[in-house]
Design a protein. Structure first.
Length: 94
């Protein structure tokens, strides 16, 4: 049985940081809504949250693709997502 390959620590840290930034932006959106802020500011913040989350998702999929392409162990194929599964994941973000 093959050992499951972990994502690159630097890439993982980037994704987590991006998600934390999105969480902060979402908190700002909620605060703005609760204080009756200008709708333009709310829309801009919502767009920023959406982009941050999308980019984090794309980074996760990219990491999965790199892991799949890097492994050439035949036994490791059982745990790896198929190309169709990766494509489906990618399209959920599109």
């Amino acid at each position: 049985m093959s050992e499951k390959k972990r994502p690159d620590e630097a890439e993982l840290r980037k994704v987590v940081n991006r998600l934390k930034r999105a969480r902060g932006q979402l908190t700002a959106v909620i605060d703005a809504m609760e204080t009756d802020a200008d709708c333009r500011d709310v829309i801009i913040q919502l767009a920023a949250v959406g982009k941050a989350i999308d980019r984090a998702g794309f980074a996760v999929i990219s990491s999965a693709l790199q892991t799949c392409l890097a492994g050439d162990d035949a036994d490791a194929g059982d745990d790896r997502p198929t190309v169709a599964e990766l494509e489906k994941l990618f399209l959920t973000l599109a």
